[in-house]
Design a protein around this ligand. Structure first.
Ligand SMILES: O=C(O)c1ccccc1NCC(=O)[C@H](O)[C@H](O)COP(=O)(O)O
Length: 220
């Protein structure tokens, strides 16, 4: 079910779904991935049962991504018992990501916090399917992502990784086309930028985000 960037289409992930209207908009407008946040300090946190109920509203469609912050095996096993997830997106070390992939047999995406060009990864660890490039959170942040904080896209000019990656952080319908044009991102991820209130998605913003993300085409 995972999106294949080689197909040429821009991949779009809408993260932090908590309610039906937002989830349904992702289906209607053809998101590639939908994300459920399993981190209790997030306004977007859902239980496995809530994620399952949303996911069950539609068969097929976007791949279901579960987001975890330094999860232990027990947490991952408990959530996976309650909801079927296609991808585990985690905040962890390279070593832990490889271990999670081997233990659970589910594709793993790993967040890579970036604040300088030197932070851009040169390779993707074994067993990790995709790296998420997003800004390092401010010192005052209570969570490592989902802070509507924008990366300096200029840092990424000329960075041409050979592994799958995704751009995240501070994207919204008004800036996503520019972000893609500057960075060449094959895929983009958004949460705050398509919300009408913390944890509540705007169906209209989801529609515009997906359309604008895919409006940029590359000649090579
Ligand atoms: O969304 C959260 O609350 C969250 C909590 C803990 C870790 C990560 C979290 N979100 C990450 C994301 O949703 C994505 O990386 C997102 O594209 C970036 O967020 P935003 O800047 O809000 O678009």
């Amino acid at each position: 079910m995972a999106h294949d960037p080689a197909s040429g289409a821009r991949g779009v992930k809408i993260c932090g779904l908590t309610e039906e209207a937002g989830f349904d908009a992702c289906i209607t407008h053809g998101a590639d991935w939908v994300g459920f946040v399993f981190f209790d300090r997030s306004p977007r946190c859902v239980t496995a049962a809530q994620a399952h109920a949303l996911s069950a509203r539609h068969t097929g469609g976007p791949a279901r991504v579960g987001l975890f912050v330094h999860p232990d095996d027990e947490t991952l096993a408990r959530v996976l018992e309650g909801v079927s997830l296609d991808i585990l997106q985690i905040y962890a070390s390279f070593e832990r990501a490889t271990e999670v992939r081997a233990r659970f047999g589910v594709p793993v995406w790993l967040s890579q916090p970036v604040s300088a060009r030197a932070d851009l990864p040169a390779h993707c660890p074994a067993g990790v399917e995709r790296l998420l490039i997003e800004p390092k959170p401010p010192a005052s942040a209570t969570r490592p992502g989902g802070n509507a904080q924008q990366l300096d896209w200029g840092l990424m000019k000329g960075w041409m990784p050979t592994f799958p990656w995704m751009l995240a952080g501070g994207l919204n319908p008004a800036n996503v086309a520019q972000a893609v044009a500057i960075t060449g991102a094959p895929a983009v991820d958004v949460s705050s930028g398509v919300e009408s209130a913390p944890g509540i998605k705007s169906p209209d913003a989801i529609a515009r985000f997906i359309q604008n993300a895919r409006s940029v085409t590359f000649s090579a």
